[in-house]
Design a binder for this molecule. Structure first.
Ligand code: GLN
Length: 535
């Protein structure tokens, strides 16, 4: 088994996760079985309790793990199905080490970062490789070189490399080569210092991936090579992409990154066949249609807050030969100025998941606008719940209808908590989480879109559609298009008398992939194209 470690230098937000994932794509297309893993140095056990302002989206895996959004990149860029073992935080390590200490497993020893914490990390690297029976494990170390928090991880991978030998390990450092406007020059010094910092702790990267706005010329390449102790061809340029993040694997292939990696790891491999990937990218860059989709949320200024949704829209767009223009709409603005002002010119409206009461009334108005104006609508999780609230208020005439999440005293709790959730005291990892079977009802749009009577979809919520209102809503034109396998809980609702008004209690965005768009996103985009053409 081969191990690649990806570290980051100079600044955060370099797209290290994306770069690691893109390397995964290339190696997979060279015929290797690849799995990616992320180490996060923070002390939270998982990001499930963090605000999107802190962390961006929480990505949910099949097994219900709430993980870093980089795992979304990993699942979209490779075929590996990940589990909670693929995202390790310092919080998890300390939780485990302290539990062992309390059990007396350390037999009277002093418990220390080295070796106890580092052993725990090394074990996790081995475990991942064995569990997935893969050829290559790519481990991304979160944070930036020089962070105090990251040191145990770096020490662990240094030891690990020594144990498995130089032919089986590779250190890749993703770094920033900034352009200084006043000097009109790209600068190598931050990278030199970041690499020096790594070498101080015994890690010598063999490949530098340089994030840059401008091309790196030969002179700079030689300088980086000389001062960072890598060969000139191991200085890989990764410029900001012009159109889409899906260009990154193609760009890194042009830079011969995969060839270099294969050489370092002594792997004799055929070249990567990127034909299908290239076709997908071309479809994103030169689409026939163009649609404008309003995403009505409350973290509109944070690009990462709805990451998987934006990606799923891109995939669905490519599949339907449509460029997607996402129009961010702040739900609170709708509360102030009305839905018409923001949503009138759009071809489709999407209300994503969310927690907390801020912006909820604006989202309800957005769902109402889509329903009454017959605009294609896709509601995800909270986007289903607020659609049900709108329907209850406006169609059933239950003016005080609400979700008990936002009004615990509402006389018409159309969305409420299941009894099992009411017992929950601890917040972390206790929602209805992970993949569950959804039964799709015959004769519905959802069933037609899926082309199947059964789907498996990922969940992350506490509240549910209240069955007390089910019959009444159905009498008035709501369609229950999907349920849990036992048909007890409502999973998808639609409107019969509407071109495309579909909302689901789960998160389809976590399963959309470049050449495999999610059926509900694809159906939604198709409806948006039709709506635009009608105009
Ligand atoms: N806040 C809602 C719930 O917990 C919706 C969650 C979501 O949209 N992910 O049920």
């Amino acid at each position: 088994m081969k191990y690649i470690f990806v570290t980051g230098g100079v600044v955060s937000s370099l797209g290290k996760g994306l770069t690691a994932a893109a390397l995964g794509t290339l190696l997979e297309n060279r015929g290797l079985k690849v799995v990616l893993q992320k180490f996060d140095p923070y002390l939270n056990v998982d990001p499930g309790t963090m605000s999107p302002y802190q962390h961006g989206e929480v990505y949910v895996l099949e097994d219900g793990a709430e993980t870093d959004l980089d795992l979304g990149h990993y699942e979209r860029f490779t075929s590996a199905r990940l589990t909670r073992k693929n995202n390790l935080t310092s919080g998890q390590i300390y939780e485990s080490v302290l539990a062992k200490e309390r059990r007396g497993d350390y037999l009277g020893k002093t418990v220390q970062v080295i070796p106890h914490v580092t052993d725990e990390i090394k074990q996790r690297i081995r475990q991942i490789g064995q569990f997935h029976e893969c050829d290559v494990v790519i481990t991304e170390i979160g944070g930036t070189t020089g962070d105090i928090e990251g040191l145990p991880f770096l020490e662990a991978i240094r030891q690990f490399a020594l144990e498995v030998g130089p032919d089986n390990t590779l250190f890749v450092h993703v770094t920033l080569v900034p352009f200084i406007k006043a000097a009109g020059e790209l600068k190598s010094k931050p990278t030199q210092q970041s690499v020096a910092k790594l070498r101080e702790i015994g890690i010598t990267p063999s490949i530098l991936i340089c994030r840059t706005e401008h091309s790196i010329d030969r002179e700079l390449r030689l300088k980086l090579s000389m001062f960072c102790n890598v060969t000139p061809e191991a200085v890989i340029e990764e410029k900001d992409v012009a159109n889409t993040i899906y260009e990154v694997p193609l760009m890194l292939q042009r830079e011969k990154l995969d060839e270099l990696v294969a050489k370092h790891l002594k792997l004799d491999l055929p070249p990567a066949d990127m034909t299908a990937w290239r076709t997908f990218v071309d479809r994103i860059i030169t689409p026939k249609h163009h649609v404008r989709i309003g995403v009505v949320g409350k973290y509109m200024e944070i690009r990462d807050a709805y990451k998987s949704i934006y990606e799923a829209l891109t995939h669905a767009g490519a599949a339907n030969d449509a460029g997607i223009e996402v129009v961010p709409v702040d739900a609170e603005d709708i509360e102030d100025l009305g839905a018409g002002k923001f949503l009138t010119g759009l071809d489709g409206i999407l209300v994503p998941g969310g927690f907390g009461v801020r912006g909820v009334e604006g989202k309800i108005l957005a769902a109402r606008f889509a329903r009454t104006q017959k605009k294609p609508y896709l509601g995800l999780c909270l986007g289903l719940q607020i659609a049900a609230v709108d329907f209850a208020r406006d169609v059933l005439g239950l003016a005080k209808a609400h979700s008990t999440e936002f009004d615990s005293e509402t006389p018409e709790p159309v969305i409420s908590m299941l009894d099992e959730q009411k017992q929950v005291v601890k917040k972390g990892g206790t929602m209805r989480l992970g993949a569950q079977i959804c039964h799709l009802v015959a004769g519905t749009k959802a069933r037609e879109a899926y082309g199947s009577d059964r789907a498996v979809e990922r969940h992350r919520h506490r509240y549910e559609f209240n069955n007390q209102y089910r019959d009444k809503m159905v009498e008035h034109g709501m369609v229950v298009a999907g349920t849990t396998a036992d048909q007890k809980l409502v999973e998808i609702i639609e409107l019969a008398d509407h071109p495309w008004y579909v909302a689901c209690q789960f998160h389809p965005e976590f399963q959309s992939k470049p050449n495999k768009p999610h059926p509900l996103f694809s159906g939604f985009v198709r409806a948006a194209i039709a709506a635009r053409e009608k105009k």
